[in-house]
Design a protein around this ligand. Sequence first.
Ligand code: ADP
Ligand code: MG
Length: 248
Amino acid sequence: MSTTPAVGEPLIQLEGTSKTYRSGELQVTALQPTTLRVDAGEFLAIMGPSGSGKSTLMNVLGCLDVASSGTYRLAGSDVGSLSEEELAEIRNRRIGFVFQQFNLLASMPAWRNVELPLCYAGVSRTERRERALAALERVGLADRSDHRPGELSGGQQQRVAVARALVTEPALLLADEPTGNLDSTSTADVLGLLAELHDAGRTIVLITHEDDVAAAADRIVRLHDGTVVSDRSNAPRAGLHRAGKVPS
Ligand code: ADP
Ligand code: MG
């Protein structure tokens, strides 16, 4: 895959991209042919009611699932033409994932959970530990690195998951309902963290069905029955000025 595009250059380009699931006789088009461009450095929220195709879109964007038609270019590479091995490498090195259920390994302390993507990437043991601890510090959990997930609150577990998503320095951070299982204080913590990462130039796609969560993003795409029904910019946040994205 080519290098990460500069801020303002296209990172995600969907053209007529659709996804149909088949189970036996039944066919469900979870995502109708969709054309969408997301530039490097954007903070995009994808909204829509349950069943509208949000997770399907995230799975396509995250190279977890291959589109049924159309093309998907990520940083200029046509994802549809890549082998399973190349897709696995992109998922590991270019994309960070955060899920509603945290998906942490219960038997491992926080720092071991965070270093996992680096194990797959073949990074040395010493460097893995250093980078895992730095990522935990970034999410404000330096003092919890030896705690197992069961010894952490939901909000802290999700911050560990964000640290795990960041440790490879991915171009794209995909979060599917990351605050869906969190109370309002932890939700604010996680959203604040995403906003910070965005201000640092990271591209973020945040899936949610809650308006106040989507409000953290600077662009909101709405899905209904697998179709994009609206795509608009959100009121600019103060941070955008710092990131130099809004002419003053
Ligand atoms: P959302 O995340 O917005 O709730 P999904 O993308 O999960 O929506 O689902 C969109 C539609 O596709 C739903 O009708 C769902 O039942 C269907 N769907 C999702 N995944 C599959 C699958 N693996 N097999 C069959 N149908 C699926
Ligand atoms: Mg979903």
